[in-house]
Design a protein around this ligand. Structure first.
Ligand code: GTP
Ligand code: SPV
Ligand code: MN
Length: 601
């Protein structure tokens, strides 16, 4: 581990994009004094800088070159096998009182944890290069756009943020020279990539993030979950907007009528796939376009919600991605992509479980070991990821850079539920919709360390990402609704319901267009539905299932309500609210009582 991130020495003209804002310079000086790096590299995100960093990363084995004929501009990175996913147990919200962090966050007292982190960071960058990355989240001319700086000793982080954010000069210009301007301070050090010294700490009141001991994904690309969601949600509540774990997509009818919808599904539950959906042949002339695949920032304008995607690229789940399931993702990752923890084939290509075609006869797995189809281990880690610029996406929405954002017609919640929850239903109104979000649950996935497949409540898909008290977060949602004269309709979907044989009842992916179409019909006031105890449910003939190979029983099961299962579900809602220790408002408690009452004969 001694040579984890040795220093690099750039030629003249690279690594010297020093910003002029006094506050930034003072902070960098303070962190450099503490961490004692060999040198400081001021990033500008330029092509030349990128080429230099890739060359150095190849020399130091941070990146492995792929076959440039097969995947031009693409590289493979292998993370430490002890460091392959977000670590929720080591993620902290550090507010003056525990109550501000609330019942769903790990809390640490700011003074104590700052002191502990300072000790861990003392001398941590000796012999290493300290990179200073200026970046911007959001389109250049959006009122929601935020500037952040990430200090890191990881070249992988620099290369990734160049794809994931708008990095360099553009961020410096947005920040300007005012030392009191709002910007996020992010400090990251790999240390020795030891889980015992791994902490991801957020200081919302200081607009500060400190992450140590990891080199992976959401733990270290501080722009993403740390700033755009945890700190973002705190700022959003204070400033009257919303920061959500949501994809944003556009859907255009053959007649040219366009709607935008935002959807919150937990990690590894289908956001990227839904955002890149290609409608089946039956939906001739329908077009789906991607605004964002993971995070949505929304604000109120003229009584409506408008959304922007703060990110500039996709950090997406690789396994299961194929030309069959997600052609737009396959085209996006065919070039200029960093792959993390996938398998390497003998001809320098990448491979993963679920890719089109036969598995290779031999490959090197994500840990760097020989692999054959007979191996018991998976070739690619279940949470292996691609980092690819959003501009690679053939279905990118033309308004993705629009500063005012896109108007949202519908908000969709959804999770992985093998039972109980129907394919789709609609909330009666905004407050009921907030209740659907607040009580949603999902089976856990490989996106975070820990058990997989365990049903847990994950309100608005924000359980790991809400940077303040979840009760206040629910209230913020309710308050936003009161300010909307034209609120989005709210829906819940479940692509993952299983039949008695344990197989998915719904074919999903492109076929989800059929559900999306019903949602759009409802927004336009034309779709049919039945009033059920849980909300508006489509009957089988309200969904366009033409040319879909599915039998009637499966459709009935998908749209059915099992009263016994729902009694358990309602009890689980109560148990969840109770577990939050009194932070849930009357209004949501009343929603639960009304739901229970609607089930009574
Ligand atoms: P994060 O990046 O972790 O936030 O994940 P995500 O919500 O973007 O999930 P993603 O679209 O990457 O999908 C995660 C996994 O779910 C992949 O293995 C997909 O193949 C699978 N998946 C996505 N959509 C569907 C679907 O409609 N049906 C089924 N059965 N699986 C799906
Ligand atoms: C998620 O877990 O929701 C992700 C991946 O999008 S990570 O960036 O690692 O958080
Ligand atoms: Mn995500």
């Amino acid at each position: 581990m001694k040579n984890l991130a040795p220093a690099i020495f750039p030629p003249k003209g690279i690594g010297d994009a020093k910003p002029s804002n006094r506050a930034v310079l003072d902070w960098v000086h303070e962190i450099a004094t503490l961490t004692q790096p060999e040198n400081i590299f001021w990033c500008d995100g330029s092509e030349r800088e990128n080429e230099f960093l890739i060359a150095e990363s190849l020399k130091q084995n941070v990146l492995i070159e792929l076959n440039q004929k097969k995947v031009p501009g693409s590289y493979l990175h292998r993370s430490n096998p002890n460091d392959v996913a977000r670590v929720e147990q080591f993620t902290f919200v550090c507010t003056p009182t525990k109550q501000e962090a609330g019942p769903t966050n790990n809390w640490a007292e700011p003074r104590e944890i700052y002191a502990k982190l300072r000790e861990l960071l003392r001398g941590a960058m000796r012999g290493r290069t300290m990179f200073v990355i200026p970046y911007m989240m959001g389109p250049a001319d959006s009122p929601l756009t935020k500037v952040g700086f990430e200090i890191t000793d990881s070249k992988y982080v620099v290369l990734s943020l160049r794809t994931m954010t708008r990095m360099g000069e553009i961020a410096l210009r947005r920040l300007g020279d005012d030392p009191s301007a709002e910007w996020n301070r992010g400090v990251h050090s790999l240390l020795d990539v030891n889980p015992e010294r791994r902490f991801i700490c957020h200081f919302p009141q200081d607009n500060t993030i400190i992450s140590v001991g990891s080199g992976y994904g959401g733990n270290v690309l501080l722009s993403k979950k740390c700033l755009a969601l945890r700190i973002g949600s705190y700022l959003a509540c204070k400033q009257g907007w919303m920061a959500e774990h949501m994809l944003i997509l556009g859907v255009e009818s053959p007649e040219g009528r366009k709607h935008y919808v935002a959807a919150a599904f937990p990690s590894a539950c289908g956001k990227t796939n839904f955002a890149m959906l290609i409608p089946p042949a039956h939906f001739k002339g329908w077009k789906v376009t991607t605004v964002g695949d993971d995070i949505g920032w929304m604000r109120i304008r003229d009584g409506r919600l408008y959304a922007v995607n703060p990110e500039n690229g996709y950090f997406g789940v690789v396994p299961g991605t194929s030309y069959k399931s997600n052609p737009n993702a396959m085209r996006s990752i065919a070039h200029d992509t960093i792959y993390t923890n996938v398998a390497l084939t003998d001809d320098g290509d990448v491979w993963w479980e679920g890719k089109d075609g036969d598995p290779p006869a031999h490959a090197i797995d994500w840990r760097g070991n020989d692999w054959t189809p007979q191996s018991k281990e998976k070739a690619a880690h279940p949470n292996s990821r691609f980092t690819t610029p959003m501009r690679n996406n053939p279905a990118l929405d033309p308004d993705v850079e629009k500063g005012e954002g896109v108007p949202i017609s519908a908000i969709i919640f959804g999770g992985r539920r093998s039972d109980t929850v129907p394919l789709v239903y609609q909330a009666f109104d905004w407050s009921h919709g907030v209740y659907l979000g607040a009580t949603m649950a999902s089976e856990t996935t490989a996106a975070a360390t820990g058990a997989v497949g365990r049903v847990r409540r994950d309100p608005m898909a924000m359980l790991p990402f809400c940077g303040y008290n979840i009760g206040d977060y629910f209230q913020h949602w309710l308050n936003i609704g009161k300010r909307l004269s034209n609120p989005p309709l709210i829906f819940n979907v479940n692509w993952f319901r299983k039949g008695a044989d344990g197989k998915f009842l719904w074919s999903g992916f492109g076929e989800n267009m059929r559900v999306l179409k019903w949602i759009i019909d409802r927004c336009e006031g034309s779709g049919g539905a039945l009033k059920s105890p849980i909300g508006w449910l489509p009957s089988p003939h309200d969904l366009d299932l033409a040319e879909l190979d599915i039998d009637h029983n499966a459709v009935d099961e998908l749209l059915g309500l099992d009263h016994e299962e729902w009694q358990k579900e309602i009890a689980a809602h109560k148990e969840f609210f109770d577990s939050l220790g009194g932070v849930v408002s009357e209004e949501l408690q009343r929603q639960r009582d009304q739901l229970a009452a609607r089930f009574k004969p």
